[in-house]
Design a protein around this ligand. Structure first.
Ligand code: GLC
Length: 562
């Protein structure tokens, strides 16, 4: 037994809007989750992470919160939430919430007060700045800095009422909270304590490495052809980030037992992650880094590069080595912001979908770290066949499309090619429960179309088939629970220059595991010696493997003792 329970845990992410619709309005809800808790218990996961269900105008599907201590009526109410939490706990699982406090909604009472006048006591709870020196407020280029917002357009919105701009790194309906102000921090900690006192078991913290800004706010570097600058040097891992997270730990988590905290941190480096997750420093338990999901985009946001396996191995190898002694990794392929991994790094054709989904799961889950499964990943769900921009609902896809085509003059078809491959709505299509209309997600037309492949790919079919992705994920999760080397073993990357096979060992005392995954549709022999006498723990194909010769998309896990 390791003393930190979440090292042997697997987390399952629910995007409530797309999980299950119990009240027939086309949108998932809390009762829908309650109705499907046994699916998760059977899968064997230990923790459920709920994407935001708080009161929200839903500009960014709930990542814009207008009341942190209430449930949006779309999803239910606090009584239903309590019933859900009870159902989760009764099944021996834990529940963590999303914590979205880099920004609130512009409809939050705090922001309404803040924008009401320059001398309102909450004025300084957000980032207000006058127009650039010598420029007419509200005119193009007069923004206080040249930063672009994540969803297109400038990162500043002009507010006529007081003649100043407020900062929004995401949409204009997501004003950034000013963490320099101690009152803001106290209000956030009080809210967090309120949820934990209610019974939740921790938080996934949204873009939590953007809460400390570099002062004074200053222009970023402009790239030719782009309308706005990348301001990230001014807000990623800012100077007070560690201090704020440690303060949060002391005021919220200290003295509470069995919590889990994971910080979403785009652009975080290995060195920073060690500091964030070193238990002695008391900041967070683990972070979500992005290097491995940005491996197919090179430096250019508007191109899709085929995955180079050596690049992916280089990234994971660096993270595994970096967090080997202090700190801890999170492991994920999918979430609500990423395309479906089987379509991205695997092969979603009928021939190889199931094998490649299992291979990808094997490679990920056998690393050292805590794995996260995103809803539908356990079914091998795929990307959606988007035809035109009107098929998308995501504020990011729509905003980026507008900026790229209208302002930067890119060809709409080129932009669509990238959105089809990478758009976040790929992950957000409704969960495919069965082969009835709307995939059993809802009795009515859902808010985002169900993937037409739901007739073949759905939970009912997966559960009925012993060789399915679902049952394979159950084995992966069980292996983590049963085999200490999966949890605590050290990690050694093998074949680092091989473009086809992903191979590594995990070793704990006298037990050693060998993991091999074939990332191609061809048969490839692994040149690794000394495993003749080993025991086969997992194999993703119905046929037994031929030594270390890997069939297309095959994955194996072997164990030997010495
Ligand atoms: C995070 C969320 C994403 C959201 C953004 C702004 O990256 O995962 O869905 O749009 O933060 O809150």
């Amino acid at each position: 037994m390791t003393e930190l329970w979440w090292k042997s845990a697997v987390v399952y992410q629910i995007y409530p809007r797309s999980f299950a619709d119990a009240d027939g309005d086309g949108m998932g809800d809390l009762q829908g989750i309650i109705d499907h808790l046994d699916h998760l218990a059977e899968l064997g996961v230990d923790v459920i992470w709920l994407s935001p269900i708080h009161k929200s105008p839903q500009d960014d599907n709930g990542y814009d919160i207008s009341d942190y201590q209430d449930i949006d009526p779309l999803f239910g109410d606090l009584a239903t939430f309590d019933a859900l939490m009870k159902g989760v706990h009764q099944r021996g699982m834990k529940l963590i919430m999303d914590l979205v406090v880099n920004h609130s909604s512009d409809e939050h009472a705090w922001f309404q007060e803040s924008r009401s006048s320059k001398d309102n006591p909450k004025r300084d709870w957000y980032w207000w700045r006058p127009a650039r020196d010598g420029m007419e407020p509200g005119t193009p280029g007069a923004e206080p800095t040249n930063w672009g917002a994540a969803f297109g357009g400038p990162a500043w919105a002009y507010d006529e009422k007081t003649g100043e701009y407020y900062l929004h790194l995401f949409s204009p309906k997501q004003p950034d909270l000013n963490w320099e102000n101690p009152e803001v921090r106290q209000a956030v900690y009080a809210m967090m304590n309120w949820w934990l006192d209610r019974g939740v078991d921790g938080f996934r913290m949204d873009v939590i490495n953007m809460i400390s800004k570099v002062l004074p706010l200053a222009d970023g570097r402009l790239t030719a052809g782009q309308a706005y600058a990348d301001g990230s040097a001014g807000y990623i891992n800012g100077p007070r980030n560690h201090e704020f997270l440690h303060e949060m730990y002391e005021q919220v988590f200290a003295g509470r037992e069995d919590m889990l905290t994971v910080g979403e941190m785009p652009g975080v480096t290995v060195d920073e992650a060690i500091l964030f997750t070193d238990q002695e420093r008391q900041e967070v338990d683990m972070v979500f880094q992005f290097d491995h999901v940005w491996a197919d985009r090179g430096g250019d946001p508007w191109r899709v590069f085929p995955l180079q396996l050596t690049v992916l191995k280089g990234i994971f190898g660096r993270w595994q080595a970096g967090l080997a002694e202090e700190g801890w990794n999170s492991l994920y392929w999918n979430n609500h912001d990423q395309p479906r991994v089987v379509s991205r790094y695997g092969d979603d054709s009928p021939e190889f979908r199931s094998a490649s989904a299992k291979m990808l799961g094997t490679v990920l889950h056998l690393h050292r770290g805590t794995p996260y499964v995103y809803q539908g990943e356990e079914l091998g769900m795929t990307n959606y066949p988007f035809r035109s921009i009107t098929d998308f609902r995501d504020i990011e896809a729509l905003g980026q499309f507008r900026q790229a085509t209208e302002i930067e003059g890119r060809a709409p078809e080129d932009v669509l090619t990238v959105l089809r491959a990478r758009g976040r709505d790929n992950a957000r299509t409704p969960m495919q429960w069965d082969d009835s209309p709307n995939g059993g997600f809802s009795s009515t037309t859902p808010w985002l179309a169900v993937n037409p492949n739901y007739r073949e790919i759905n939970a009912t079919a997966e559960r009925a088939n012993p060789d399915s992705v679902f049952h394979y994920y159950r084995q992966l999760i069980k292996l983590r629970h049963d085999e200490p080397a999966v949890v605590d073993g050290d990690f050694t990357m093998l074949l680092p220059n091989d473009e086809r096979l992903y191979a590594f060992t995990r070793r704990l005392a006298s037990t050693e595991l060998l993991v091999i995954g074939n990332f191609t549709g061809e048969t490839v022999r692994a040149e690794i010696d000394g495993w003749e006498e080993s025991e086969l723990l997992l194999n993703n194909l119905p046929e037994a493997p031929d030594g270390l010769t890997m069939a297309p998309w095959q994955a194996v896990v072997l164990r030997r003792t010495r």
